[in-house]
Write a protein that binds this ligand. Structure first.
Ligand code: ZN
Length: 136
C-alpha cells in the first residue's frame, strides 16, 4: 500500500510513513485508486459544466433573439418584471454551470475552463440584455 499524503510505497503493516511522517494505520485504499477516482470526478464535473453551460448559452441566445418585444412602451415597473422573467431561467443555468466549474478540485482542466467560459459568457450576455431592456 501507499501513503495517502505523499504516495510513498509503505511496508505492509506500517503505521507511519517514513518519508513524510503521516500516520497511515487506517489507510486501506491504495493511492493509485483514490487519485484515479479524483481524476474521473474532475473529468465529469468539467463535462457537466460544459453541458449546463451550453444549455444556459442556448437559452441566453434564445432570449436575445426572441425577447425585447414591446419593451419601449412599458412602464419602469413592468420593465423590471420583464427583465427578471426574461433572464431568470438562463441565469440559473449559467450560475449552476459556473458553480460546478469553479467548485471542481482541478480548476486548470481544459473542460472546466470551457464550462466556466460558457457560463461567464451567458451571464455577460444576460446582463447586457437586462441593461438593454432599460435603455430601449
Ligand atoms: Zn508519506
Amino acid at each position: 500500500m501507499y501513503c495517502c499524503n505523499c504516495g510513498n510505497k509503505l511496508e505492509d503493516g506500517a503505521v507511519v510513513c517514513i518519508k513524510c511522517g503521516v500516520f497511515v494505520d487506517n489507510q486501506n485504499i491504495p493511492i493509485s485508486k483514490t487519485v484515479k477516482k479524483r481524476k474521473e470526478n474532475n473529468y465529469l464535473t468539467g463535462i457537466v459544466s460544459i453541458i449546463i453551460g451550453i444549455i444556459s448559452f442556448y437559452l441566453t441566445i434564445k432570449v436575445m433573439i426572441g425577447g425585447m418585444g414591446n419593451v419601449s412602451t412599458m412602464s419602469i415597473e413592468n420593465k423590471v418584471g420583464y427583465a427578471i422573467n426574461l433572464t431568470i431561467n438562463p441565469f440559473i443555468w449559467a450560475l449552476i454551470s459556473f458553480l460546478i466549474a469553479i467548485g471542481s478540485r482541478n480548476r486548470n482542466k481544459i473542460l472546466n475552463i470551457i464550462g466556466l467560459s460558457l457560463s461567464l459568457l451567458s451571464i455577460f450576455f444576460l446582463l447586457t440584455e437586462i441593461v438593454m431592456v432599460f435603455i430601449v
